[in-house]
Design a protein around this ligand. Structure first.
Ligand code: 13P
Length: 257
């Protein structure tokens, strides 16, 4: 059966007061629903503990947007996975294109984070995706292969299902221009085939999210794609009504599948 994860990446938005208002609204919209999909919100570090507490009894999971791979030490400004785990965070987004392009994170660093997250029994969401130039030059699948090979280095068949992959074409992030359904079908089919060729049939269970200008309007078209198991949603996840619509779309797709 198709699995679905609807995840909000809030980026650098919402102080802890605003975060509380937002998740209480989302939770309010989910009351008395028996959800088939998994719901996740990823607030900034300073709101994480508050959001975990507010959502303690809610069917909504909480993730961080980054971490350091060492458990502790002289790394000014960094947050360890153990610190996140201690406050009840379950997921960590890594390799987001904003961290790659603005903060210079490379695939080797992302691989270190990924291994440390798995070792700490948290769940990594690994973001990959091509730039517009790379797509226009016909290099999309070379880039995806390169990123996967480096970021998943030394990950075995027994661990691959613990990793969520988020395909986020860089040109679709925050632009209002989502990839087309055809582009998403092509990329997600390619990703599934690649993962199965490398890890075997266990890779059928890997959650593959789409991210990049996903919203209430295009959710049905994107989330109904066979190898799309949900979305990593930026801007639209900050609007609780829109986030709830996207969750409903996912629920309807799962109910009819
Ligand atoms: P937008 O949904 O705002 O395009 O952001 C996508 C994203 O970067 C999610 O990680």
């Amino acid at each position: 059966m198709k699995k679905m994860l609807i995840a909000g990446n809030w980026k650098m938005n919402c102080n802890s007061f605003e975060a509380t208002v937002l998740v209480e609204y989302i939770w309010g919209g989910l009351l008395e629903k028996i959800l088939k999909s998994e719901i996740l919100v990823c607030p900034p570090f300073t709101s994480l503990e508050t959001v975990v507490k507010v959502l303690e009894k809610a069917p909504v999971h909480v993730g961080a947007q980054n971490c350091h791979y060492e458990p502790k030490g002289a790394f000014t400004g960094e947050i360890s996975i153990q610190m996140l785990s201690h406050i009840g965070v379950e997921y960590v987004i890594i390799g987001h294109s904003e961290r790659r392009s603005i903060f210079g994170e490379d695939d080797e660093l992302i691989n270190n984070k990924l291994k440390a997250i798995i070792n700490a029994d948290l769940k990594p969401i690994l973001c990959i995706g091509e730039t517009l130039n790379e797509r226009n030059e016909g290099k999309t699948f070379d880039i995806l292969k390169f990123q996967l090979e480096k970021c998943l280095e030394s990950v075995t068949e027994s661990d691959i299902y613990k990793i969520t992959i988020a395909y986020e074409p860089v040109w679709a992030i925050g632009t209002g221009i989502s990839a087309t359904r055809e582009q998403i079908v092509e990329a997600h089919d390619w990703l599934r085939t690649y993962l199965i060729s490398k890890y075997g049939s266990v890779a059928n269970d890997v959650i593959i999210l789409y991210g990049g200008s996903l919203n209430a309007k295009n959710a049905e078209s994107v989330l109904s794609v066979k190898n799309v198991n949900g979305g990593l949603i930026g801007g639209a996840s900050l609007n609780p009504e829109e986030f709830l619509i996207i969750i409903n779309v996912a629920e309807n797709i799962l109910s009819n599948s």
